[in-house]
Design a protein around this ligand. Sequence first.
Ligand SMILES: C[S@@+](CC[C@H](N)C(=O)[O-])C[C@H]1O[C@@H](n2cnc3c(N)ncnc32)[C@H](O)[C@@H]1O
Length: 231
Amino acid sequence: MTANLGELMQSYGSDKGPSGHNFTKFYTLFFAPIKDSVKRVLEIGVSEGYSLEAWRDYFINAEVHGIDSARISEHRGRDILNLNSDRIKIHIGDQMDREFLQNVADIHGPFDIIVDDGSHKSTDQLFSFYALFPYLKSGGYYVIEDIFDSYDGSKFSGLRPRSFVATMKDHIDIVNFYGATNVGDRHKAIPIVEKLIGQNFSEGSPDRNLESIFFSDNLVIVKKLGVTQDE
Ligand SMILES: C[S@@+](CC[C@H](N)C(=O)[O-])C[C@H]1O[C@@H](n2cnc3c(N)ncnc32)[C@H](O)[C@@H]1O
């Protein structure tokens, strides 16, 4: 029987499930079709390891890597290195440490899915996104949870310039420019958009490799351009 991701998250105690943020409602849309082919998942933010255990059970063929700056978990005082097992690997380090992130990703990447559930600070979310996006597989997903730090308090008008959400809105313009070229093969549209905006994207840059950006409640899911149109 296919495991239900929402129930898994909930049974392990992660707040990603239906009685918490309910991010799993959207994860199922994107991840269910690829669940058996996913080989490597990376999540920033381990805490007690609840979500890592749920990912392991859901992606039955995947190795699940977790990054956290705290070796001893905040709530239960667990040594999270004890979560290390055949399909869960823990790496202690900071999501703002480029060398650490690259070292983990060079050894264990590229990843099918990367999830940022770490500090939830807008600056950190941007930093880790740009550091790790090159290590996402073509056609893979980069997920950022809890994006409210991009806003100034609870004001609707409070989106901060250059915040994570503001920057993703800029990236959405690039995705729309691709659509506006009316070139069916997205790879052929890249030079047209580069000419349109007067700038050449470097090989690994997100703008050259963005397939789509999905926004929902407190959640962003970025899909990297596939090698072929079908991915
Ligand atoms: C919300 S918890 C993760 C919950 C877990 N993903 C789950 O769903 O069960 C956030 C974790 O991020 C870690 N964290 C906070 N700031 C960090 C940073 N700068 N780098 C790496 N990890 C960080 C915290 O130590 C904490 O364990």
